[in-house]
Design a protein. Sequence first.
Length: 328
Amino acid sequence: MLSDEKQRELYDNYGHAGIDPNSGMGGGGGNPFGGGGPGGGFNFNDGSFHFNSSQGSAGGMDPEDLFDAFFGGGRQRQRGPRRGADLQMSVGLTFRDAVFGATKELNLRYQVQDRSTGKVEVKSREVEVKVPPGVNDGINLRLAGQGAEGDTGAPKGDLIVTCVVEEDEFFHRDGADVHVEIPISVTQAILGGTVDVETLTGIVEMKVPKGCQPESKMMMRGKGIVYLNRPQQKGNQIVHLKLQIPNSITQRQETLLREFDKEAMESGKGISGRLAKAAGSAFESLFGGCASKDDASKKEGDGSDTKESATDSKVDEEGGGEKKRQAQ
């Protein structure tokens, strides 16, 4: 086959079917798609689709018309001036830019090719984009008519701007809601009180209820971010209360806490029974072991613990024998 120029040409143009006598081509002598040779018909030789016509453009069939004839004419050909291409770029926004909206200036650079000459031209211009309140990271904004130029008499394309929003150190966003963490003391958690909470529009005083448990959450309605498609509505701000345990306390604070713990145990409102033996007192659960024992060992023999010992003895005497056994 390779030594015969005609056979090799048929193989190059039509593959194995061009030289196979059983392919219906008469031993490789014809073109099943018409054209009869390299001057006409289809050519799949390089893996792509080509159409060649030996009759010239005047008498030949347009490849796109042939495509329509095969597939029912469902594809519409674009005639006349061609619209400009769409362009895409990103814009960096701070957290507050995304929450409240902002106006940004973009330096747009792109290439345009002249279809008649094939010449490529680089163009540059400034584009103003108005970012609406409530956008989130990854949102695309479409600026109609701000894309590349089209053919003469055709409109420009559009500019697609992708928002890239920075994270905030204090506010954590979840859709239109924002989450914040506010520390509270042990006393505030037990007795209740008020704390200052920073919101998107300023500092607000929030009431903490009595007996607030660790990891409690409180909702401030309407203090979140405006909905992008519903500008009259806002999300909520969720406040996560974080119980703040001091690393060290004074001797006076320890005495008061131990008295509080003892009172809770005696009133039946504290941890008691086997659970208490396993977990220790509420005080030790929060603050660890007894700090006064360490202090007593350091101060042993200097008389500085006389007052504390006297106080303990007085409490034992007033409490009777049962309290003495508990103290021992």
